[in-house]
Write a protein that binds this ligand. Sequence first.
Ligand code: FES
Length: 173
Amino acid sequence: MKTRKFFRHWVDVEPILIRSAKPLEEMMSEDRPSRRSFVDWILGAGITGSLASFLYPVLKFVIPPPVAEAIELNVVAATVEELPPNTAKIFKFGRRPGLIVNTPAGELRAFDGICTHLNCTVQYREDFGQIWCACHNGLYDLSGKNISGPPPRPLPRLNVAVRGNEIVVSRES
Ligand code: FES
C-alpha cells in the first residue's frame, strides 16, 4: 500500500523534476565562469596596477616636463633724483630685496639683495664704495663679486634701464 502510494507520488513528481532539474555539469558550468571571471578580473587588475606603478615613474623620468615659460619681473626701483652718484637703495624685487647702486662714477647697477652666505640683506657702504653684509662682515665689490668674508658666491646681477624719470630693474626667471 505504501509502495503504491509512493509510486503514484513519484509518477506525478518525477516528470516535473526531470523537466526542471538541470544536469549537474550544466549547473557547475554556470557557476564556474562567474567565479573564474571574478578571479581573472582580480588578477588582471593586479597586473595592470603593477605595470602602471612601474611604468609611470619610468615615463615621468624619460619624458621631460614642459618647460615653464620665462617670467620677466620688472620693478621701478627708484627715480633718477633719488639716486645721485655714490648712493644706493634697497627696493622690493618680487618677494626678495634688491639693491640698486649708483656708483661713484655714476653707473647704475642692480643686484639681488640677499647675501650668498646666510641670506642677510646686503647694503651699500658709501664710505668705502662696496656692498657690505652686516651679519658676518661679508664684502662684495661693485660688480657683485665676493671679495672678503664668508660669502661663497657673487651677488646675482639684475638688469637696469632708465625710462624717463624711473629706474627700472628687471630679471628673466
Ligand atoms: S650672511 Fe652675509 S656674510 Fe654671513
